[in-house]
Design a protein. Sequence first.
Length: 403
Amino acid sequence: MPLHFNIEQFIGAHITYRSQSLFLPDMEAHAKRLQDEIKDKKVLIIGGAGTIGSSFIRALVRYNPGKLIVVDINENGLTELVRDCRSRTDLKLPSDFKTYPVNFSDNAFRKIFEHEGPFDIVANFAAHKHVRSEKDIFSIEAMIDNNVTRAKELLELLSKQPPKHFFCVSTDKAANPVNVMGASKKLMEEVILAYSEQMKITTARFANVAFSNGSLLAGFIERVLKQQPLSCPSDVKRFFVSPDESGQICLCACILGQSGEIFFPKLEESSMVNFSDVVKPFLKEMGFDAKSCASEEEAREATKDIKKGIYPVYFFSSNTSGEKLYEEFYTDEEELDLKTFGSFGIVKNAKRRKIDELDKVIQTLKQVFEDTKAEKKDIIAALNSMIPGFEHIETGINLDQKM
């Protein structure tokens, strides 16, 4: 990997086409409030080792929290988070800073919560985020357990000692979902908003985070390091934000939002980027010319030309289940506030259900999972009955079947 390659600079030049953060003007305009609400406060971050969680932490610590506890099941990710923050010249972690490689549904987490709390700010980034995590009923059970059931258990725990600010990250795919991941996040939104009268709760839907952990673009780096071919859809466009921007929108929603609000970035449709348009400038940064291949086999065979400066790329038309060829941050039925902030829009009236109704929804899903004869189509049918507008796109092909 060339030493000159800077991910944030590449994202600005070739993906977002922004020289500064989209959200910087709003953050500067509300800097005093952010400082007042964060300085010297006790903060708990769940899922803080991921791209968005770690970006949230980097945005947060600039306002000098007094205590920071970070929990994530990814032990290696926590190690890198610490190394990254300690190595930066523009960040200073609070003296009371600890990381714990535990699951937020474990008894150990509850002990940490009781020992280190109460907390002023709690933010949850622990989630299944990949559409590929819906290949069968077993992977779907794990996804719904993490995104929905555990989120509700966390809120039950927090209700005993409510923080002043609670944030849980959502996704643009929760608006008119076509995949189970989006449906699970839509249910998560309804779960957390059901508690929004008991404590201040906000969330955010936003675009793809460029070069986030596990993403297609981050995979480009891994492939180049291993001299393996790239694989990229030719027909999928996405809105993008940078890692720093992902943390900033979550921080602003958490601190500046009112209870029950869903933040989203104000992005024009013209700013959407085709994944395939990123390939050539990326490879150029790496010192290669791209070679288009018609199949996975041809791309693998062409790796012999990498030493000549020619890099094989398999471009394909998307045909996997749950793949949405466009993105949207809100539905026609949702009330929007487009005036309060310059770079954020807000969904004001997102659907809310009663807690006891959601208990029944979760119990119904559990019953489907407990049926040893149940299949993916059965859980999708159950979700269809629970989430109006959910229209799953099933092709019989999942991302694990592709390079």
